[in-house]
Design a protein around this ligand. Structure first.
Ligand code: AMP
Ligand code: ZN
Length: 195
């Protein structure tokens, strides 16, 4: 127990075991301020560090840790993810949205990203952030859904592929421009905004 943990014989907040950061989505799923939409099967939360003008995460209520735990019994659940995407696209009809999963997620509980193509956000800082949405590290929803329906499982990517995707040179996701660095890319993205 920490020194500051006891005041007048009572335990204080510092005694609470700190939850690992990778469990943060589970906390946000219960926070009304972060919930955008919910159904019997899924909860849609706002991404806490959005990497674009619109960025949501779709999570199942069931304890499924990642896409690699999905099987044919989850086809209906994934179908619902697709319906949620269509609804959210309608909610934001002025923006082009994409939906998909990171091949190697950092956070626990299966989550599908719904993110707008502009990628304009102060939280988008690094090449890793960029490449995680713009290379094959981002597994499009439709591909994951098709594979699950056909084979009943999702293949993991190799560590070599992971490394390759993350070190891919920067390239705009809306034209052929190849920026030298992140500041140049972020400035360039603004030019697509008025299109
Ligand atoms: P990934 O696990 O790489 O697919 O992405 C996890 C996503 O969760 C990232 O886009 C983060 O910005 C987002 N994130 C991290 N912590 C939280 C949180 N506590 N609540 C909501 N979103 C979060
Ligand atoms: Zn461009």
């Amino acid at each position: 127990m920490s020194k500051q943990g006891v005041q007048n014989g009572k335990e204080t907040a510092t005694d609470k075991p700190k939850k690992h950061w990778s469990l943060g989505l589970l906390k946000s799923m219960k926070d009304p301020k972060s919930i955008y939409k919910e159904t019997k099967k899924v909860v849609v939360i706002k991404d806490k560090y959005p990497k674009a003008k619109v960025h949501y995460l779709v999570l199942p209520r069931d304890e499924i840790s990642s896409i690699y735990k999905l099987n044919k019994d989850h086809v209906d659940l994934l179908e619902e993810f697709g319906k949620i995407f269509e609804e959210i696209q309608t909610d934001h009809s002025n923006l082009m949205l994409c939906s998909g999963f990171h091949a190697v997620p950092s956070m626990q509980r299966l989550h599908m990203h719904i993110i707008s193509k502009d990628m304009i956000s102060s939280c988008l800082k690094t090449k890793i952030h960029w490449n995680s949405f713009t290379t094959k590290f981002f597994l499009p929803y439709r591909d994951v859904f098709k594979k699950l329906k056909e084979d009943g499982y999702i293949d993991k990517i190799s560590p070599e592929a992971h490394k390759k995707f993350m070190s891919t040179p920067l390239k705009c996701n809306q034209c052929d421009f190849e920026p030298k660095n992140m500041p140049q890319l972020k400035q360039h993205l603004l030019t697509h905004c008025d299109e």
